[in-house]
Write a protein that binds this ligand. Structure first.
Ligand SMILES: *Cc1c(COP(=O)(O)O)cnc(C)c1O
Length: 399
């Protein structure tokens, strides 16, 4: 048991204690009205969420993984199609592709942003695909049609969406955003002539309310956003047994609803999200300054997260890059400082994807990132003095 943690990686207690009265009222309301499934608690949260992201529709669902699976199933991807994504993400991204009976194929990430490399996406589309007789884009690797792309907004920074949208247009791909780590993140889009929040750019986007995300519930939960009427209606139908009206089942669906209690908890927390994100951003800036002042950046011992590009980062993770990552992690552990590694094993090398036939070296930037990334505490309630301690502890590692 870990008892002497001095600086935790996350604090999931303080924000809830601060909102305790409002949160307890949610439970009181539920128990007095028996409003457990669907109803106004879910509808009000969906409306607030759509307004927050500035999308026409938000459809609540039981988890981020289900949000991705439903997005892929409804966005025109047929069983056996190829869906492109990155190998540098949480397993759920590719799991959802497989669950939708599609085939994941990978595009490597950019070494600075850790998000999908536009250069590699273009190279894949130009060199690893052909047009068949009917003009359909087909993967040379699997011989299957390529119909969608899932950029992941990793760590809270949005992928470079303008060129991705342009390539998707050119090659007829549906864009599905994995926004699970990026609620509230922004992207300055020339194509769309303005700034958009995560979830308001692709045809559909998926969000997660896993407790460690920037907006976390009291358990699992997720959301899909879209601007398309027909897609929103289909998502609503599939999450509840394929029915538009009670006991009239158009399609075989699922039971994948978001609990009304979770929706109500999340609606209490949502108005605080921008302030919490501002806290995370301020911490990230303090880390940046302290790392620069420590000389570790100039000596290329620590690489800090890039701010380059046109994306507003909400720092679900503040992730540095260090060649001696594993030794530094041990050092931090000994000092009682929490950290995270996202993600230690690239998806193309996971046992469950053995059948895809990849080997080490296939996606070098992802593999290097997996060996070198280290996420530091950046939760909103972190104190400035704690950030100083973390940077000092890291500097001491080389001292
Ligand atoms: C958390 C996460 C998911 C899945 O969310 P769950 O709610 O845990 O199912 C998917 N993709 C990414 C990138 C995530 O970080």
């Amino acid at each position: 048991m870990i008892t002497d943690i001095e600086i935790p990686f996350l604090d999931l207690i303080t924000p809830h204690v601060e909102l305790e009265d409002e949160l307890v009222d949610v439970f009181r309301h539920a128990l007095r009205t028996a409003g457990f499934i669907g109803g106004p608690m879910v509808e009000k949260f969906e409306a607030a969420f759509a307004e927050f992201c500035d999308t026409r529709y938000a459809v609540a669902i039981s988890s981020g993984t289900d949000a991705l699976r439903f997005a892929i199933m409804t966005a025109g991807v047929q069983p056996g199609d190829v869906v492109l994504t990155v190998p540098n993400t949480f397993i759920a991204t590719t799991e959802a592709i497989s669950q939708a009976r599609a085939i994941p194929e990978f595009v490597d990430v950019d070494e600075h942003t850790y998000n999908m490399s536009v250069v590699m996406l273009q190279r894949y589309l130009q060199k690893k695909c052909i047009r068949d007789k009917t003009g359909k884009l087909v993967s040379l690797r699997s011989g299957r049609p390529v119909t969608a792309v899932v950029p992941v907004h990793l760590y809270g920074k949005m992928a470079d969406m303008d060129p991705i949208l342009e390539l998707a247009d050119q090659y007829g791909l549906t864009v599905i955003e994995d926004a699970c780590q990026a609620i509230g993140a922004t992207y300055d889009s020339k194509r769309l002539s303005g700034t958009r929040r995560a979830g308001a750019i692709g045809t559909i986007a998926a969000f997660s309310f896993f407790p460690s995300k920037n907006l976390g519930g009291f358990g699992d939960g997720g959301m899909m956003t879209t601007g398309d009427d027909a897609l929103a209606a289909k998502l609503r139908m599939l999450r509840v047994h394929g029915e538009r009206e009670r006991y009239k089942h158009q399609e075989i669906g699922w039971n994948s609803r978001l609990d009304a209690l979770q929706a109500a908890v999340l609606r209490v927390k949502l108005p605080h999200l921008d302030a919490w994100a501002a806290g995370r951003i301020a911490h990230a800036e303090r880390y940046d300054r302290l790392f620069a002042a420590s000389g570790l950046v100039a000596k290329e011992r620590v690489r800090i997260p890039t701010r380059a590009g046109n994306a507003g980062h909400v720092f679900n993770q503040y992730t540095i890059r260090v060649r001696e990552r594993d030794a530094l992690a041990e050092h931090l552990k000994a000092r009682g400082i929490g950290y995270g590694i996202y993600y230690p094993i690239p998806l193309h090398l996971q046992e469950c994807f053995k059948r895809l036939g990849h080997s080490p070296g296939d996606f070098p930037e992802t593999e290097r990132a997996a060996a070198e990334v280290l996420s530091l505490p950046v939760f909103p309630e972190l104190a400035s003095s704690q950030i100083e301690e973390v940077v000092q502890a890291i500097a001491d590692f080389w001292a």
